[in-house]
Design a protein around this ligand. Structure first.
Ligand SMILES: *Cc1c(COP(=O)(O)O)cnc(C)c1O
Length: 373
């Protein structure tokens, strides 16, 4: 940077930290109102199958608890999140000191960056995995190392082979997003047993509630393996807008990540809603059942249309539609927002969230119109 004197022109960009100007920006699924504005459509007629949100709304118990908590919005929340951590400790049979609460599980990804990443260290992840892994890595000046998928599957041997002495974090989605594949318990156990001591596995379980036979890494945590599991209330609990997630790991790891956290990082309304949502088993069971039916509905339609797809393990399907951007645009013109995954290196694919059966049907009809033959 040139030497400066008072009055000399200096832009904000000149003042910015190294890296921030080239930091990629996360592109979220488009909000309904934005699409309505851009295309001159009635927002009431638009459906969003773009961000893997719960089409059945929030848990009603969570809404009631959140409304009650809103009346105490003048008070700071319990910054230690005692009640939520206690509830989670019961649910998972772990210690309260094994939980950290985040402003969405995305915040915990960032806190891990604060705690463990710096220039010179590497983070290993699969190609076409959740883009926030790469964003957090770059944000802290660390280097992302991306490993190819093998036939759209996450091969943990390939992943392990990319680990070097500089590796600090490895990210695995279970299931992954946007691809929607998951590894078996045996694959994960083997991977963790061979994990070198300088590496922490970040095991992202945002959609684990939807998985049949979700792997359980608690025995590995208890055995001293370096892993943190991340969960969220944004998906099956239907609380995406409230921004609350959590991580569980060894107490020693949690204590370090807690140091990077702001005192009141999650608001009291969100926490109250999350606690109530954990008790709403009926809602979760219902959403799970509807999601499975929706997956079958979408997948049988994709088969009829002759499209390849990755069988859904979460609440979304990745379908090979040819030109993903074209189909995305054509669907959007019909008031259906999906997610093109070109930024994930998958230009031929489209990610479709499982909606209500009526929403799924609308998508199927539109796809049938759009696709040739
Ligand atoms: C949705 C999602 C999350 C959850 O993010 P929140 O910040 O908790 O809303 C985390 N990881 C993946 C892969 C996701 O798709």
């Amino acid at each position: 940077m040139p030497a400066t004197q008072w009055g000399e022109r200096m832009t904000f960009a000149d003042l910015a930290n190294k890296g921030i100007l080239t930091q990629p920006i996360y592109e979220a699924g488009k909000p309904i109102d934005q699409v309505a504005r851009e295309l001159g459509l009635d927002p009431a007629g638009i459906i969003k199958l773009a961000s893997n949100e719960n089409p059945f709304g929030p848990s009603p118990k969570a809404v009631a608890a959140g409304e009650r908590a809103l009346r105490e919005a003048n008070l700071y929340p319990d910054g230690g999140y005692y009640a939520l951590r206690q509830k989670l400790a019961q649910k998972w049979s772990l210690g309260m000191d094994q939980f950290i609460i985040g402003d969405g599980s995305n915040e915990i990804l960032e806190l891990l960056g604060h705690a463990f990443l710096s220039p010179g260290v590497e983070c290993v992840m699969h190609q076409s995995s959740f883009i926030v892994y790469k964003l957090v890595t770059l944000m802290f000046g660390a280097t992302p190392v991306e490993v190819p998928l093998v036939n759209m599957r996450q091969d943990l041997k390939t992943l392990a082979a990319a680990i070097t002495p500089r590796t600090r974090l490895v990210f695995i989605g279970s299931p992954s997003n946007p691809v929607g594949v998951a590894n078996t318990q045996a694959e994960l156990d083997e991977f963790l047993q061979a994990l070198p001591p300088q590496v922490i596995l970040v095991f992202d379980e945002a959609y684990a509630e939807y998985l049949e036979n979700a792997p359980d890494l608690r025995p590995m945590i208890a055995a001293g393996r370096k892993v943190i599991c991340l969960r969220t209330f944004s998906k099956i609990y239907g609380l995406a807008s409230l921004r609350v997630g959590y991580g569980y790991a060894a107490p020693e790891l949690i204590a370090i990540v807690q140091r990077a956290r702001q005192p009141f990082n999650v608001n009291g309304v969100a926490v109250a809603a999350a606690i109530a949502a954990l008790d709403d088993h009926e809602f979760v069971t219902q959403c799970l059942r509807e999601n499975r039916a929706g997956l079958r509905q979408l997948e049988s339609a994709l088969k009829k249309l002759g499209l390849a797809f990755v069988p859904g393990t979460g609440n979304f399907v990745l379908a090979k539609v040819g030109d993903g951007m074209r189909v995305f645009t054509a669907l959007q013109q019909r008031g259906i927002i999906t997610r093109p995954v070109k930024p994930y290196g998958l230009p031929e694919w489209l990610r479709i969230t499982v909606g209500t059966s009526a929403q799924n049907e609308r998508l199927i009809v539109a796809l049938t119109e759009i696709l040739p033959g």
